[in-house]
Write a protein that binds this ligand. Structure first.
Ligand code: NAD
Length: 440
């Protein structure tokens, strides 16, 4: 099939690369010329395990990159919209890029096409896209048969290729059997053992994405709340986690106490779901609480530092291990590290930061212009003369570090761990003062 993927970010690039790997001819479109130039030179602008190799395998054979949306739209059987839907000031999803793309599709489609919403969008957006395209066709005074569908994406940054190649499920919201068959044709190479299609109406598919993210965010805020209570009553949240995770109805995933969720999806999707609810006359009490717990979690973590070192952090140096919002990605969007670092700097601290992949993103965008932070290319060198090491992202390379080396480098052997990576007793035996989340 000829496919256009519009929006070449984390989702669009992975989608395009995976469809091309299965033999489709794919053009990935973006309005960021710099990004497209890089991709055409073989430079992958984001870090995602396996993506570079997949692009190298297919580039210039079945995978192309361009800014020319008009051409791509004319030639495609299926067009995926995968542009960003960031959070607006009022919490709603900013749909301006989605609607800009819909207008360009309406101005350019020339033959039968299926337009699929892959971006996370509020319920009703796909039908709005349909209206926009139809109105452009009416203006052009032509009739072109086109259909719309919703196909929300569930990939996880850090394992995006695997998630796309071997999906748990592919949710398709459609209004016609023709579209369903086409989507099945496109996705069936990804289901080697059994069909994992979940077909539903368009609105329910749009809502499914928000509901999935809200459920996961709820699990995180739930365990963080339990962890905060554990600290007050002298229980150990790590043990409680194992105790409850063993119940199959609860499960072990997404119940790790920590410093709260971040990233491109959860914060904005929770805010958008809240706004959708309120706009439709429903007070989303639980969703609001999930958001509040998450915000407080970062504050409570900073309080741990203050409790140990005092409110005035002037003259103190803290080493941060991990900047990205989670491991295996360079994505810094809404990373808890941004809040934590800014709060420490505000109180006079100096920061030495190390992250395996996200230092460039942090320095050039998310912590740009922040005084008193230096980025250091080695996790051990970053510890030199620091008053404490603060772990914020659970990269694998932090799991079993050389504690002797850490102790040698640090001025005082203090570790404040936002991801509960180590065994408390072990660290105490090794002579560390060790603070975690959910343990007094
Ligand atoms: P992103 O910011 O990485 O990528 C979006 C891309 O769209 C950018 O490259 C941008 O330049 C491009 N773009 C914006 N406006 C455009 C326009 N008018 N024409 C052409 N290109 C345009 O975003 P992302 O993380 O890939 O997310 C995309 C969508 O997928 C969002 O709705 C997000 O909520 C959803 N989603 C993201 C993830 C994830 O893990 N990142 C997972 C599932 C769903």
């Amino acid at each position: 099939m000829n496919i256009a993927v519009i929006g070449t970010g984390y989702v669009g690039l992975v989608t395009g690369a995976c469809f091309s790997e299965m033999g489709n001819t794919v053009v990935c479109i973006d309005n960021n010329q710099d990004k497209i130039n890089k991709l055409n030179k073989g430079i992958v602008p984001i870090y995602e395990p396996g993506l570079k190799e997949l692009i190298q395998n297919n580039s210039t054979k079945t995978l192309f990159f361009s800014t020319e949306i008009e051409k791509a739209v004319k030639k495609s059987d299926i067009i995926f919209i995968a542009v960003g839907t960031p959070m607006s000031a009022d919490g709603s999803a900013d749909l301006s890029s989605v609607y800009d793309v819909a207008k360009l599709i309406g101005e350019n489609i020339a033959s039968q096409t299926i337009v699929v919403t892959k971006s996370t969008v509020p319920v009703g957006t796909t039908f709005k896209i349909q209206e926009i395209i139809q109105s452009k066709l009416t203006n052009r005074n032509i009739t072109v048969k086109f259909d719309v569908a919703s196909n929300p994406e569930f990939l996880k940054e850090g394992s995006a290729i695997d998630d796309f190649m071997k999906p748990d499920r592919v949710v398709i919201g459609v209004s016609s059997d023709f579209v369903l068959q086409k989507m099945k044709e496109l996705y069936s190479p990804f289901f080697r053992t059994h069909d994992r299609f979940i077909t539903m109406d368009v609105r329910s598919a749009e809502m499914t994405k928000y509901a999935a993210n809200a459920m996961l965010a709820t699990k995180i805020s739930f365990i963080n709340e339990i962890a905060n209570i554990c600290e007050k009553v002298g229980a150990d949240a790590n043990q409680v986690r194992i105790g409850i995770g063993s119940d199959k109805r609860i499960g072990y995933s997404f119940i790790y106490p920590g410093i709260g969720y971040g990233g491109t999806c959860f914060p904005k999707d929770i805010a958008a779901l809240k706004k959708i609810s309120i706009d439709n006359g429903y007070d989303p009490v639980l969703i609001s609480a999930v958001e509040n717990v998450n915000y407080n979690q970062k504050k409570l973590f900073v309080n741990k530092v203050i409790l140990r070192f005092g409110e005035n952090l002037k003259g103190l140096i803290f080493t941060i291990w991990g900047l990205s919002f989670k491991p295996e990605t360079d994505d810094m969007r809404e990373a808890p590290s941004i809040y934590v670092i800014k709060e420490l700097v505000k109180r006079g601290a100096k920061i030495k930061a190390f992250d395996p992949k996200a230092m460039k993103e942090a320095e050039e965008h998310y912590l740009k212009g922040l005084d008193n932070i230096t980025y250091i290319e080695s996790k051990y060198k970053a510890l030199k003369n620091a008053d404490a090491m603060i772990l914020l992202t659970e990269w694998k390379e932090f799991r079993s570090p050389d504690f002797e080396e850490i102790k040698m480098q640090l001025k005082t052997p203090v570790i404040i761990d936002g991801r509960n990576q180590y065994k408390s007793l072990d660290l105490q035996e090794k002579g560390f003062e060790y603070y975690q989340v959910g343990r007094n």
